[in-house]
Design a protein around this ligand. Structure first.
Ligand code: ZN
Length: 440
């Protein structure tokens, strides 16, 4: 399986029928969250961890359907845990993409990755028609008789992409012209995307994109414009900083973002107090929020690599670890014209293979954990930092929660009053403070 990547993804509107092997990726490289508010749940226990991101769309039927699916996935994972005796922590990673088409159709795609004795990825889709006020199926979107044409398009695309994997009975059976074969779908602005579950058509999950113009006899939907961003090429406006090497300094770090709501609030506070922080962003979100990433760089903050899809790297193959890291490096470079110099593996999990794949970049963990994801409490985050902070600390937070953004707004001026300079992780290294922080 290869992670597919396009340069300057948002500048390209694909008009070709394409397909994708899945790893929480869309064809144009990023997670799309065009609709709903992101919710985050994290669990970190002795034997397992869960990292769950899903949308709240404020439509009862859809939110209920999402919750139902999440409950099923969590319960199935918990029941498999009972017999799991592997040496790595078991992992459940759920992420989502959401799309809005013609201001009418809301599509949600849940991507569920499970790592116990084996690793599996499943895709779940929900499409809601705001005009009819109900969840709909593919037959509500495409006219009768679509399945013959769609079947041919799917077969051709997959045969081109996976010539050695399409000679099976399952392939024939599950891509045959029957509407039931095409029930996992979403409506993107530019294309209908069909999903095929792991083990059904191929031995891995896969998607096929069909531009609306290729099926215009069956639908009146037309491609809408996709948002465009201009890659950042100008370093001239980056601020010059006055850092006193003899005074205490610490690095605030924010993982798992950016988030459309809370990251800008944290950036505002940093800018107001001429402070810097390091944002360990997910590659999957980098193209979704190019303006936020560019703002980070322009205002003197550092962007670190937190992998593409937040999987525990130590359970992945070397090839997959490399893909997670490299794809994120390239994605961030496409947006900011800079390669991250620091990498933080999800959960801080690392081994020799992870170190090898870092390509000379520094692998950074932290020395002060605010546990902000657990408490979701501003006061508790503020107190924890103020009680424990010392020169050279690398402080772990997540720019996913209102409570963390509020804590950052309080902490930034407070820490400066206490005499700490708020610098980036790389600056901490540059001034030789990294011995105090637990960096490897
Ligand atoms: Zn993380």
């Amino acid at each position: 399986m290869k992670i597919q990547k396009l340069l300057c993804p948002l500048l390209i509107i694909s008009m070709m029928c394409g397909c994708n092997a899945h790893k929480a990726l869309s064809s144009n490289g990023g997670v799309h969250q065009e609709f709903g508010d992101s919710q985050h749940e994290k669990y970190y226990e002795d034997t397992y961890m869960m990292n769950i991101t899903y949308p709240n769309v404020h439509i009862e039927e859809v939110d209920e359907a999402i919750q139902k699916q999440l409950d099923i996935c969590k319960q199935a994972f918990q029941s498999k845990l009972k017999t799991y005796a592997g040496k790595d922590k078991a992992e459940l990673n759920i992420d989502y993409q959401s799309y809005l088409k013609d201001h009418r159709y809301i599509s949600i795609m849940l991507d569920v990755f499970e790592s116990l004795d084996d690793q599996h990825e499943q895709i779940y889709t929900i499409v809601y028609d705001e005009e009819k006020e109900q969840i709909i199926g593919i037959e509500d979107v495409l006219k009768d008789d679509f399945s013959k044409t769609v079947s041919a398009l799917v077969q051709d695309t997959l045969k081109q992409q996976y010539p050695d994997e399409c000679e099976t009975k399952d392939f024939q059976l599950h891509t045959a012209p029957a509407p039931a074969n095409f029930e996992d779908f979403i409506l993107r602005k530019d294309a209908l995307v069909l999903y095929f579950q792991e083990g059904r058509v191929l031995d891995h999950s896969v998607s096929v994109e069909i531009p609306y113009e290729d099926i215009d006899t069956f639908t009146s939907m037309k491609a809408e414009d996709v948002a465009v961003f201009v890659p950042y090429e100008d370093f001239l406006n980056e601020p010059v900083k006055n850092i006193d090497p003899d005074k205490p300094m610490i690095a605030l770090t924010f993982d798992d973002g950016p988030s459309k709501k809370y990251t800008p609030a944290i950036l505002d506070a940093l800018q107001e107090h001429q402070a810097s922080a390091t944002f360990f962003v997910l590659g999957s979100r980098a193209t979704e929020f190019p303006d936020i990433l560019q703002r980070m760089v322009l205002e003197g903050n550092e962007i670190g690599n937190h992998t593409f899809s937040h999987k525990q790297l130590t359970t992945l193959s070397k090839e997959n670890i490399e893909e997670e890291i490299t794809h994120t490096q390239e994605t961030i470079h496409d947006v900011t014209n800079k390669y991250p110099q620091v990498i933080r593996p999800p959960y801080g999990s690392k081994n020799d293979t992870v170190m090898e794949c870092a390509q000379g970049k520094k692998i950074v963990t932290w020395s002060l954990d605010t546990l902000d994801w657990k408490s979701r409490n501003t006061e508790s985050v503020v107190q924890k930092v103020l009680a424990d902070v010392k020169d050279g600390d690398i402080i772990l937070m997540h720019d996913l929660y209102a409570s963390t953004a509020e804590a950052a707004i309080i902490l930034i001026p407070k820490l400066q009053e206490m005499g700490f300079q708020l610098v980036t992780v790389s600056e901490l290294y540059e001034y030789g403070k990294h011995d105090a922080g637990k960096i490897t």
